[in-house]
Design a protein around this ligand. Structure first.
Ligand code: HEC
Length: 205
């Protein structure tokens, strides 16, 4: 084969490969409703792992585990994390289903196998190109102590009790309708007179 033919053959192979690669990356028209392929997930997790500095991954949790630590973290998680991850960490939420990649089941092996330092780093810095926000720094939700407490809570997630989950539900962010409904329930249980209807209530969907 002449050099010219060889060059043409190589160019054709390259173009076909580039086309297939683009098709693979652009699957489902870039819709976030899709689920990443296993190869994409593997590559993303590996890249994330490599991007987190060694020293950060080896950090030990400076916050001791206690009933108080767990309660603080639980209510914090209910308020800031459950919209996407769900109170039980399963990720079965409206937000979660609409994200690409989806939030993984935090009770599962792939999360539980990450080191404490790695979990802390992810909470503080977020994960680029995903829906996972950074909670550290100026945009933060609190102190680094709060993030370390959340690491303790993530370790506890596989053993979360029904009572703990029900407590969390009261701390999930709520719209005005739900808040009003809860207030009426509370008033009812406290023996207060029922609120007169304002005719302004909306129907639930
Ligand atoms: C807006 C949605 C959203 C919110 C809010 C959110 N997360 Fe995430 N989280 C994600 C997504 C999406 C991923 C998957 C990222 C990836 O694939 O690397 C993720 C990944 C993680 C991971 C890594 C799990 C793993 O196995 O890779 C941890 C840990 C985590 N989140 C903890 C938290 C905590 C703690 C909070 C609250 C302080 C929180 N997240 C709030 C969307 C969210």
């Amino acid at each position: 084969m002449s050099g010219r033919k060889l060059f043409l053959a190589a160019a054709v192979i390259f173009l076909v490969a580039a086309g297939l690669f683009a098709k693979w990356i652009l699957h489902d028209g870039l819709s976030a409703r899709a689920t990443p392929s296993w190869l994409e997930t593997l590559a993303a997790r590996k890249a994330r792992h490599l991007s987190i500095p060694r020293g950060a991954q080896d950090q030990k949790n400076p916050v001791a585990d206690s009933a108080e630590t767990q309660r603080d973290a639980r209510l914090h998680f209910a308020d800031h994390c459950a919209v996407c991850h769900g109170n039980d960490g399963g990720g079965d939420t409206m937000m979660g289903h609409g994200l690409y990649p989806k939030p993984p089941d935090l009770r599962g092996e792939h999360t539980q196998k990450l080191s404490d330092g790695e979990l802390f780093w992810i909470i503080e810095n977020g994960v680029r190109f995903t829906g996972m926000p950074a909670f550290g720094g100026a945009n933060g939700h609190g102190s680094q102590t709060d993030s370390w407490k959340l690491v303790r809570f993530i370790r506890h997630l596989p053993q979360l009790t029904v009572e703990e989950r029900m407590e969390m539900e009261r701390y999930n962010p709520k719209g005005p309708e739900e808040r009003e409904e809860e207030k009426q329930e509370d008033d009812f249980f406290n023996g207060a007179a029922p609120q007169p209807s304002t005719g302004m209530e909306h129907h639930h969907h």
